[in-house]
Design a protein around this ligand. Structure first.
Ligand code: HEC
Length: 182
């Protein structure tokens, strides 16, 4: 009885492994698509060469992002990307959190979009396209005036309104007095 169950389970396991291609090695191209080291840091380390501006960003956004995030980033059916109200308070619904009122570093935007968007087809955007999208999103949120293209030099210099909300919690500060947030 147990033996038959065991054989059955083994057969099922093998069938599932074949179906989901378990054990199929990734091609170097596939590895390259997801191996995005180093992560981009707040000071801009890790940002790749390339650049992009608001106009280009608007075009790419309409094509690749608007279906999920709304025509102007207002967020339907998925996350809102353009923020009000500011500043957020404990009463603000988390669905209202967005780039303009919640994200503390502009460089995170680059890293996140490059790594995770468009949802379901991550890794398909070039560095220039990601810079352009970031330029458009920062402009839409009223954080930049949109006149400068975004690149490894200009992006880390953008001051995010929500940076002022970010503080080390008192306990961490007590334990690591030398630690400073970028
Ligand atoms: C198929 C739907 C879909 C498409 C297309 C899409 N997104 Fe998203 N996006 C999502 C979902 C779902 C989330 C939430 C993911 C999560 O929380 O893990 C998200 C989250 C985000 C966030 C984080 C929002 C926040 O404040 O937490 C950003 C930024 C973003 N997307 C940008 C983009 C950009 C730029 C594009 C176009 C290149 C894009 N997305 C295309 C579905 C989509």
């Amino acid at each position: 009885m147990y033996k038959r169950l065991l054989v059955g389970l083994l057969a099922l396991g093998l069938a599932m492994a074949a179906r989901y291609h378990l054990g199929t090695p990734l091609t170097p191209e596939q590895v390259g698509q997801y191996d995005l080291r180093p992560a981009v840091l707040p000071d801009g380390r890790g940002l790749p060469p390339g650049q992009g501006g608001v106009e280009e960003g608007a075009r790419i956004y309409a094509e690749r992002c608007a279906s999920c995030h709304g025509k102007s980033g207002e967020g339907y059916p998925f996350n809102r990307l353009v923020a009000e109200p500011f500043p957020i308070t404990p009463e603000t619904e988390s669905s209202q959190f967005a780039i303009g009122n919640y994200w503390q570093y502009p460089t995170t935007l680059f890293d996140y979009i490059r790594r995770a968007m468009p949802y379901g087809n991550a890794g398909s955007l070039s560095a220039d396209e990601v810079y352009a999208l970031v330029a458009w999103l920062l402009y839409q949120n009223g954080i930049t005036d949109g006149s400068q293209p975004m690149n490894a030099q200009t992006l880390p210099k953008v001051a995010m309104p929500a940076r002022a909300l970010l503080q080390l919690d008192p306990e961490t500060h007590k334990r690591f007095p030398w630690l400073k947030l970028p």
